[in-house]
Design a protein. Structure first.
Length: 384
């Protein structure tokens, strides 16, 4: 029997890490065949040429799409997305997949969905139904939902939202977040080895924070002012800090340069990494004392380690959050750090259960990919 071909498109390190357990199970499946396309920051030296990590993991890349312009202005991102759409349509025509599988809400993901939709290729979407009011991702995510015919979401709340958008309940499944699969099924690096690999010390007199901060919807001047204020607060906190790079959204390159300059103040106390990779990132998350920033990993994965998280600003506004997440504006960041590191808060989140799943997302997704009928025809279901 002919295998179903599932074409997965990935444009960033963080998204690939979430896709990893699904890619692995597609390869292992007796009835599915993986086609893999990488785009955008995966092919950028500025962001670590992360396509090499994908190949190191043993996956064959069917096509590499170089679409990322050497600028992160809004017009450059629009042009990069347009170029991705053109080049991806060539890839889809060549590969002729039975379905295109996409995760999340990046601009190149939207380009992939647009191309697949216009070429009558069924689309499978993961992580729909979520809300992040402080970024353009929100509009992109909902748009991809309406182009997709099969949906896998991370909580029941998100499933109901997708149904509210007129999608057929028979095509919408609460799988949980695949990022939790990585935590449950991966062998994390032991603390001493991780310290040696990254040049860190987890158990000295200062606590350690993991910082990931992405641009919000604001002017360039406001972005620089706000992030400067955050860095000043972090300096005053006396924390040891590990930064990871911001993504390739508008303003991301400026944030990354500010981080690099900040770390030069004390190369022992402050570290920055373009790309840690899935295992090192999760291992680091398990050992640090606190996560700070506005990354979805703080909202979704950190709860599985019962780690306190400070979520800054509006980027993740509206997203369903676990008990370990404290929302903060920039002015209250100092006091929120103190609360998050207190014994009372640690006791509050001890042995908490992560609402984003139990590590079975990829198993559920693969079962449906093997058996579910793919179709480009959709009917709007009124919710009366």
């Amino acid at each position: 029997m002919k295998k179903r071909t599932i074409c997965v498109v990935s444009g960033a390190r963080s998204e690939y890490d979430l896709l990893f357990p699904i890619l692995k199970k597609i390869v292992e499946s007796k009835s599915l065949e993986l086609q893999l396309i990488v785009t955008s920051s995966h092919l950028s030296s500025e962001f670590g040429m992360t396509y090499k990590k994908i190949e190191d993991d043993g996956f064959f890349i069917n096509d590499k799409i170089e679409n990322l312009l050497a600028s992160d202005t809004k017009s450059a991102i629009a042009k990069s997305s347009g170029l991705a759409s053109i080049l991806l349509s060539n890839s889809f025509e060549k590969l002729n997949p039975d379905a295109v599988l996409l995760l999340g809400d990046r601009s190149e993901t939207h380009a992939a969905a647009t191309s697949a939709m216009l070429m009558d290729i069924p689309i499978v979407h993961i992580h729909g139904g979520e809300i992040t009011e402080g970024s353009s991702d929100d509009k992109i995510r909902h748009s991809i939902t309406k182009m997709s015919g099969l949906h896998f979401c991370s909580t029941e709340i998100h499933r109901q939202r997708i149904i509210q958008m007129g999608e057929d309940p028979l095509n919408v499944f609460n799988s949980g977040a695949p990022g939790i699969d990585n935590i449950i099924n991966s062998s994390l690096i032991l603390d001493k080895q991780l310290e040696e690999d990254l040049g860190l010390q987890f158990y000295n007199t200062s606590k350690t924070a993991l910082i990931t901060y992405h641009p919000e919807i604001m002017t360039k001047d406001s972005l620089i002012k706000d992030f400067n204020t955050i860095l000043e607060c972090l300096f005053e906190s006396k924390l040891n800090i590990v930064f990871t790079y911001a993504n390739a959204d508008s303003g991301g390159r400026r944030i990354n340069q500010m981080i690099e300059d900040f770390c030069k103040q004390d190369l022992y106390k402050y570290k920055v990494f373009k790309n840690l990779g899935r295992i090192k990132y999760l291992s680091l998350m398990s050992y640090v004392d606190i996560l700070i920033g506005n990354s979805s990993s703080g909202i979704i994965e950190a709860a599985s380690f019962a780690k306190p998280v400070i979520n800054i600003g509006n980027r993740q506004k509206g997203r369903t959050k676990n008990l370990n997440v404290l929302d903060s504006n920039i002015k209250s960041l100092k006091s929120q750090i103190e609360i998050a590191l207190s014994d009372d808060f640690e006791n509050k989140i001890y042995q908490m259960k992560n609402i984003y799943g139990d590590g079975r997302a990829s198993e559920i997704i693969i079962q449906k990919l093997e058996l579910h009928k793919f179709s480009v025809n959709k009917k709007f279901i009124d919710n009366v």
